[in-house]
Design a protein around this ligand. Structure first.
Ligand SMILES: Nc1ncnc2c1ncn2[C@@H]1O[C@H](COP(=O)(O)OP(=O)(O)O)[C@@H](O)[C@H]1O
Ligand SMILES: [Mg+2]
Length: 224
């Protein structure tokens, strides 16, 4: 297996509304190896989230090529893509995005439903991941019975439950107090130590310094 996990070639993304066109990404080329830990930094509106959405196969570029584990992703049909995303990519968002009416364990198990795993196995795997993020005693809590930091840990457990090739996180500590942010970063650091590839967006130097590589982006271009 090659060491290169992701390769973006000349990726441009233009959003077209009725009256204006916004070039959110401008000819980005980038290689990401397995087991990297990358922070993407840049001012508001520079294209960070757009880049993450494209990396996460949630959106398609206007032009360019995207290889994931050597496979051309832009030619995949919607079903293949959804399956690929479910198995290969774990997402963590600033606002946690947990379902409010189901308990932590079930939130974590959710991606396994789409992956077709039976209930017993789902709950076992979900509990395993909750343990990994230090929440074994919180499986029966609803999201609103957890602190922000705990909710984000549930979201990380959910992102991990399918054993994805990569974790993508958009400002994962943006809503957290600094001590909680540090706990989250420790979890990412440990996951990376175990070999997980991690890409996170942040605008805080304090957070970015946990990563092994920092990619700076401005006006849709990588500046270093
Ligand atoms: N769905 C969209 N439709 C139109 N323009 C968008 C959309 N999403 C983002 N943009 C624009 O693309 C640019 C980059 O946005 P974004 O990737 O969200 O930046 P960042 O995450 O760095 O703040 C901005 O000018 C933004 O307004
Ligand atoms: Mg953003």
């Amino acid at each position: 297996m090659t060491d290169v996990l992701i390769e973006l070639k000349n990726i441009t993304k233009i959003y077209k509304n009725h009256f204006i066109e916004t070039k959110a990404l401008d000819n980005i080329s980038l290689k990401i190896n397995r087991s990297e830990f990358i922070a993407i930094m840049g001012p508001s509106g520079s294209g960070k989230s757009t880049l993450l959405h494209i990396l996460g196969l949630l959106d398609k570029p206007t032009s360019g090529e995207y290889l994931f584990e050597g496979k051309k992703t832009l030619q995949m049909d919607e079903n293949t893509l959804a399956d690929f995303r479910n198995k290969k990519i774990g997402f963590v968002f600033q606002a946690y995005n947990l379902l409010p009416r189901i308990k932590a364990l079930k939130n974590v198990a959710l991606p396994l439903i789409y992956a077709g795993v039976d209930k017993k196995n789902r709950e076992e795997k979900a509990f395993e991941k909750l343990k990994e993020v230090g929440l074994k005693d919180y499986a029966d809590h609803f999201p609103n019975q957890l602190s922000g930091g705990q909710q984000q840990r549930v979201a990380i457990a959910r992102a991990l439950v399918n054993n994805p090739s990569i974790i993508l996180a958009d400002e994962p500590t943006g809503n957290l107090a600094s001590f909680q942010a540090e706990e989250i970063m420790k979890i990412f650091k440990n996951l990376n130590k175990e070999g997980k590839t991690i890409i996170l967006i942040t605008h805080e130097e304090e957070i970015a310094k946990w990563a092994k590589r920092i990619i700076k982006i401005k006006d849709g271009k990588i500046i270093n």
